[in-house]
Write a protein that binds this ligand. Structure first.
Ligand code: SAH
Length: 335
């Protein structure tokens, strides 16, 4: 499969280009060659908003004392997957803050029970940085995929977004461990996070070339009022959509979501992402009363798929953009 190689200069130009038509056209061609018109759906279950970390950008950081916190129980999570299965979901993504209240044993129990009930489904975890040993036991319990964005690939920039107890080095070593353990791995970064330069973005793409993740998620940074970054500028919609197209050309095989953040920054954002080469959407399966509390940033879009009607609306939007929702696990293609 032809993975496009760009020089740094070409990347800088593409990221900011206004001449988007040829870029999107080529990205769509590559997308069609690899995935046809298929858009995969992933049922996102945001099962806890407790977090031990204090990432400066994130609304569920532990320092945000004004937030009501929640945890879904094992049974709550299983109920979400039951409802999702009925709706046609065949991948469930369990995402949360780094909440040590859930022991490895409990995480394994949840993963195991979802897989036992639905062997035809994939389970994705997105619960942050853990020891290699923990990643290994989740894998043995049946977890198929893991999402862990690197957030930014340059240590100096990483240090501007995170407190000193967190390090890019550890984040990267988690990603390598996940790969070695045989997970389908997702990584990615925010577009327009505070202090980000265009060269940081080039470094992000270079790191991804090295890692060769199966899934790549990007979305614009959006400020949250109860974080140190409350007054920072939001990320650029244009850069984000251009970057999706660039990612499609560099990683033709990849599963690239059109993210909630993209849908939040612009009412048509998710459709714009799909038309630039994204091929995944991740509707929320969390119970509506808690999904409002998983506030990574202000005004987060709640595209719940908990009702069949919402999924039908999503289906219509995807079709209007020229694609169709595909039922099935939607594994990554060979690289
Ligand atoms: N604790 C998990 C899940 C984090 S939330 C982990 O560490 O991987 C998922 C993603 O949301 C993060 O990786 C980050 O890239 C994104 N995110 C967090 N705060 C954001 C903000 N203010 N604007 C845009 N994206 C944000």
């Amino acid at each position: 499969m032809l993975k496009r190689k760009f020089s740094d200069e070409e990347l800088r130009a593409l990221i900011d280009t206004d001449d988007t038509e040829p870029l999107f056209k080529e990205a769509l061609k590559v997308r069609r060659e690899n995935y046809g018109d298929d858009v995969y759906i992933r049922g996102l279950i945001e099962f806890t908003n407790y977090c031990r970390n204090n990432c400066y950008y994130c609304g569920i950081q532990r320092g945000n004392t004004g937030l009501s916190r929640y945890r879904l129980t094992h049974d709550d999570i299983l109920e979400c997957t039951e409802a999702g299965y009925e709706l046609g979901f065949r991948t469930f993504v369990l995402q949360g803050g780094e909440d040590l209240t859930y022991t490895d044993k409990e995480i394994c129990g949840i993963v195991h029970d979802i897989k036992a009930a639905h062997p035809d489904c994939a389970v994705t975890l997105s619960i942050g940085e853990k020891d290699r040993k923990s990643y290994a036991v989740y894998k043995s319990a049946g977890a198929d995929r893991y999402l862990l964005r690197h957030e930014t690939a340059e240590a100096a920039h990483y240090a501007m977004l995170h407190p000193a107890e967190m390090s890019l080095e550890n984040r990267k070593s988690c990603l390598w461990a996940l790969k070695e353990l045989g997970y389908q791995v997702g990584s990615g970064f925010m577009v327009g996070s505070p202090y980000q330069t265009i060269d940081n973005l080039v470094s992000d793409l270079r790191f991804l070339e090295e890692l060769e993740p199966d899934m790549i998620g990007i979305g614009p940074f959006l400020p949250h009022a109860d974080t140190p970054f409350r007054d920072k500028e939001k990320g650029s919609l244009k850069r984000c959509v251009n970057l999706i197209a660039v990612l499609r050309l560099m990683f033709p095989y990849a599963l690239i979501p059109s993210t909630t953040a993209l849908g939040t920054i612009h009412p048509e954002g998710r459709e714009m992402g799909l038309r630039a080469g994204a091929n995944v959407v991740m509707p929320n399966l969390s119970p509506p009363k808690v999904s409002k509390l998983y506030t990574l940033y202000d005004n987060k879009l709640c595209t719940g798929a908990e009702a069949a009607q919402n999924l039908n609306e999503l289906r219509a939007k995807v079709e209007a953009a020229g694609f169709r929702i595909s039922i099935g696990k939607g594994n990554v293609r060979e690289h």
